[in-house]
Design a protein around this ligand. Structure first.
Ligand SMILES: C[S@@+](CC[C@H](N)C(=O)[O-])C[C@H]1O[C@@H](n2cnc3c(N)ncnc32)[C@H](O)[C@@H]1O
Length: 420
């Protein structure tokens, strides 16, 4: 860890890779793989953060993840029997995070699955396709749509409303929505694959449930600590975050994923929105924001101001999105400071990106924001992102590409730690 003394002169690129943060000692629990989620961070980051706190003689009783995503920190906090609070603006994220943080009895899971399948097979499947939401008609063939609608009613019929078990099976349902649709596999932009061999609904559901049962079986020793997971924007005044000892989080990157668009199938099927585009509202890093750029961008700190000025010349609309992202992240730093107990610790995992030759220095911007918010002794280190990046470039569809004119994503990322 290197202490940042003078942010204006600090060169993030020259920070050496610290192997302490590269890999974990244990194999990741299966629970971390029950549902796909983009930009998930490695589970061992939480364990390392706790080790780091211990090395610094700081005892952690409560952890928060203010961008909890699919609940990686939530689950690891539970494994360590530490009280957890998390929030995410994406209801699909909090569905997964909640499903991961509960404990289930294996025999009851088996019993519910049998009942759901029996109901599915023993009742006639109505043809609901003609009355389906237009967007779902776009993504599904008739057979898959009807089977999914029928399966969803069977889940609601057989599991107690709002129970942990209802949540578990809805999470399983959510993760089969892409393979059973014509969504181009692994694409991070919504795109139809006209040649896709779509999966059979019941086969996919059974496989998914059995994987989740095995993940649950691995977790017999899960702690009893309380986890609270809230759906909402961290920056909204309606989201009241409790005081905690430590924050462990990874913020969204600017304009890299439209989480609302990516999870539209789950949001529509699970009635989180009639129009998934409404879920973009308030999402940090989204391209879609209405705000007064001319007035607001003057509030950017010096790193933000420098980057936005570079973009303004040639990429006006990108400059506006980046400015909004930086302004939001400045508020995130302030609100994080407020929610920490005295001497509390905040750990952010954050990477830099590049847009058409302009480096978007997210790490430097956040470090400056942390300092301005009152954090003392802000430290930085670098870690390698394992097993991903074959080429650092992505094409217009967000797929990896060897074309260097695309958006660049680095194969390293930073860990920033600030103390209150
Ligand atoms: C990099 S991901 C976090 C992934 C997480 N560490 C995990 O392992 O799943 C960033 C998350 O920030 C969420 N997000 C974006 N804007 C938000 C906001 N205003 N308030 C809370 N969460 C937000 C996104 O929905 C996304 O899940």
């Amino acid at each position: 860890m290197i202490t940042i003394n003078d942010i204006s002169k600090f060169d993030f690129e020259s920070v050496p890779i610290d192997t302490f943060w590269n890999t974990g000692a244990e194999k990741e629990s299966k629970m971390h793989r029950i549902h796909a989620y983009p930009a998930k961070f490695p589970a061992f980051i939480t364990t390392k953060a706790l080790e780091y706190a211990k090395l610094n003689n700081y005892s952690v009783q409560t952890i928060a993840d203010i961008f909890c995503g699919c609940g990686t920190t939530a689950f690891e906090a539970k494994r360590n029997n530490i009280v957890f609070w998390g929030c995410d603006i994406n209801p699909v994220a909090t569905l997964i995070a909640k499903a991961k943080s509960r404990k289930y009895q294996q025999w009851r899971l088996e019993k519910y699955l049998t009942a759901i399948l029996e109901r599915f097979y023993s009742t006639p499947i109505p043809d609901l396709y003609p009355t389906a939401n237009e967007r779902l008609q776009y993504w599904y063939k008739n057979v898959q749509y009807n089977d999914l609608a029928h399966l969803k009613s069977a889940i609601f019929y057989e599991t107690p409303p709002n129970s942990d078990y209802n949540l578990f099976f809805l999470c399983a349902f959510s993760n089969i929505l892409k393979p059973t649709s014509v969504w181009l596999t692994k694409s991070i932009k919504p795109q139809v694959d006209p040649d896709k061999k779509t999966a059979d609904v019941v086969t996919a559901f059974k496989e998914q449930c059995h994987f989740m049962f095995a993940a649950n079986d691995q977790n017999n020793g899960l702690g009893n600590s309380i986890s609270e997971i809230v759906t909402g924007s961290f920056l909204s005044s309606n989201t009241s975050a409790p005081k905690v000892d430590m924050i462990v989080t990874s913020p969204p990157y600017v304009t890299s994923y439209e989480y609302a668009d990516l999870h539209q199938l789950s949001s529509l099927w699970l009635d989180f929105a009639d129009d998934y585009r409404n879920l973009r509202e308030g999402a940090i890093g989204s391209l879609h924001h209405e705000y007064n750029f001319t007035r607001e961008w003057k509030r950017l700190n010096s790193t933000g101001n420098r980057i936005v000025s570079l973009l303004l010349d040639q990429h006006k609309s990108k400059a506006r999105s980046v400015a909004k992202y930086f302004l939001d992240m400045q508020k995130v730093a302030e609100k994080s400071f407020d929610m920490l107990n005295e001497k509390g610790m905040a750990l952010f995992v954050i990477g830099n990106t590049e847009y058409k030759g302009v480096r978007i220095d997210n790490a430097k911007h956040l470090a400056e924001s942390l300092e301005s918010a009152g954090f003392c002794n802000v430290q930085a280190t670098k870690r390698k992102i394992s097993n991903k990046i074959l080429t650092p470039y992505r094409d217009g569809l967000g797929k990896f590409s060897s074309d260097a004119s695309g958006r660049k994503v680095y194969s390293e990322e930073f860990i920033l730690i600030g103390r209150k």
